[in-house]
Structure formats: structure tokens, C-alpha cells
Design a protein around this ligand. Sequence first.
Ligand code: GLV
Length: 340
Amino acid sequence: MQSDKQKILVTHAIFPDVIARLQTHFDVEVNDSGTALTEAELIRRGADKDGLMVIGDRIPAELIAQAPRLKALANMAVGYNNLPLDAMTPRGIVGTNTPDVLNETTADLGWALLMATARRITEAEHYLRAGKWQSWHYDMLTGVDIHGATLGVVGMGRIGQAVARRALGFGMRVIYHNRSQVAPEIEQALHAEWVDRDTLLRQADHVVLVLPYTPQAHHLIGARELQLMKPTATLVNIARGGIVDDAALVTALREKRIAGAGLDVFEGEPALHPGLLELNNVVLTPHIGSASIPTRRAMANLAADNLIAALGVGPHAGNPPNVVNPDARLHRPASGGAQA
Ligand code: GLV
């Protein structure tokens, strides 16, 4: 029998209970192949869907053109530069994200990378595993201090603030750069001081990037910016690939123009600049900023809440909590369709 439920595609397997919740409202197709769908597969499998739950995939604008019933794309991530909003908004297609629920987990990972990079943890473990630890030497695997140092946070949004808050326990000076200064009470609580970007790069001992990817942020950290940093400084990127010019970073790390980098995101990931793999002074993780089970569960549930509401069902029908393109509402069809 033909179901009259709306159809959705979930682009990767997620928690079975979240799928079960979606199934109470929708005909649910899940890509549980364990590999990402290609662009062509996304377009083909999205064509007859009313909504998509998007997990890490870059959605081609072509999919929007080929999917006449599509009303909502619920991204299971806070960043949404993978959604083709320019194609979605004029069609009244709502995009949503999952802010807040991952702030603390992502800030934890930022700190894990900062500390591992500053104290050369990956390099030290490789050294030990390779049987090279034969004796003591006063400068064996010496790193740079974290306590008492200056932390530079680029992007003082919710995750940036969570990163900065952790610095209080390390007695650090915190400087930050953001397009706009945060409220004075937040600055006071975090003991954080706004500086321009070049000043931050010149003064910080540890730079953490936590800003959203936008075309303006493309290669925000390139050869010139790396040149401004201290030779003893570290750079952590938990934001997005493309914000750092990875080729310029490889050169800077190779020439020891900065001490090290901790990277969770890469230009063109899951591929990465081959030069990174040849370096000792990097700590590399495969985009795991939000990767704890409670946080991934909260993200999956929030993305499901958004999709359910955006497709006009459930307790918040028509009012998804986390719309990223509110102008979509201006283009909504008179009847049916999602509400923003
Ligand atoms: C992860 O990168 C996210 O944007 O949530």
C-alpha cells in the first residue's frame, strides 16, 4: 500500500531510536552503506524527498533543482556551509542546524588539540612506540607552556567562549578577535580582551580558530598571517577546512616558523594536504569536534526536531527551532511547504 507519509532521506546511519522517532512521522530512507553518498547519488535519492537530514555531506545546488517536493534540509552540525542556501531560500526550502548542544564537547577537543600540540603528545608517543626512548636528556621533547601563556581565540561565538572559559583555570591571558566585540559582561567573565586580528596573531602563544566558514573567512590564515605568529606559537583549527591555507601552513610548519598545529578540519577533507602527514609538529584528528555519544545524540535529536517541525508535523509544527535562512519564509508556497 502506498504510504501518504512525507519522505525523507537520512544521509548517514544515526542512532536507531532517532530513526524510529523519524519513522513515526515519515517514510525514512537511510544511507546505511557506511560510506558517503556521491553527489550523483544524493541528487538521485533526494529527488522524491520532502526533507533531508544531512550529516556532513556537501549538498549540491543541483539536488535542489531536481527535487520538486523538497521543503527542508536539517543539518546535523552547527556549521552549515555545506548547504546551498542560495538555491534553497528562493524555493522556500528551510535549512536548519544544531547549535549550542555541541559547544562544550567541541571546546574540549580544541583544548585537547592545544595541549597535545603544545606538549608534543603525538610526537612523544610515536617516539616511545618506536623504541627511541633510551635515556633522559634535558631538552628531549620539550614543548611550550600553556599555563600563564596568552590564548588568542579567533571567533568569539558560543564555542569560542567555551574555549576561552577553560583558559581561566590555566591562568592565561585571553585575547580574542571577532567581527564585533562581545558584551562587556561576557568579556569580564572570561577576562577576555578584544584585539585586531594581526595583534592577536603577533601576541598569542596559542591561537585557536573557532569561527564559521564564510567566503570572507577563506584562507583567513595564510602565509602572511602565519608569518606574524611567534616561532614558539601553536595554531589550532576546530572551525572549518579552508579557513587556513593548508599549503601555506605546511610550509610554515616545515620551516618551523611556528611551533606546531593541531588540526581537526582540513581543506578538501576527508582528503588532506599530503605534506601534513610528513610533519612531526602536527596533531591531526578526523573532524571529531562534536564526537562524544551524548553530544552526537543531542545533535541527532535536535536535527530530527528541526526536520519534524520544518515538515509541518509534531508538537512544533511549522516552527523549527534553528532555522538558518529565515528569508525562506518569504518564498514559501501559499499552501503546504515548510514554514520558517
Ligand atoms: C561540526 O563541524 C559542526 O559544524 O557541527
